[in-house]
Design a protein. Structure first.
Length: 79
């Protein structure tokens, strides 16, 4: 390497990364919420078989609602 060649430096991690323009994946939030469906189904099966209390269904629904609020709050909804 000669003196005149530019050196490659590590990225400056003291600054937050610049937000990317465009390229948002609007379906990502829906996919995360869809991943909660098996949890709700398992809660329903456990309650139906008597293994778990009815509260498990409420917890699963609350978890799904919380995921929806977080996904909405992150701004990845594809404006």
């Amino acid at each position: 390497m000669s003196v005149h060649e530019p050196r490659h430096h590590a990225p400056d991690l003291s600054k937050p990364p610049a937000p990317q323009q465009g390229g948002h994946h609007g379906g990502h939030g829906w996919m995360m919420i869809a991943c909660c469906i098996p949890m709700i189904a398992i809660a329903v099966v456990l309650v139906a078989t008597g293994v778990a209390d009815i509260g498990f269904i409420f917890v699963a629904i609350a978890c799904t609602a919380m995921m929806a609020v977080m996904m909405r709050g992150m701004g990845g909804s594809g404006h």
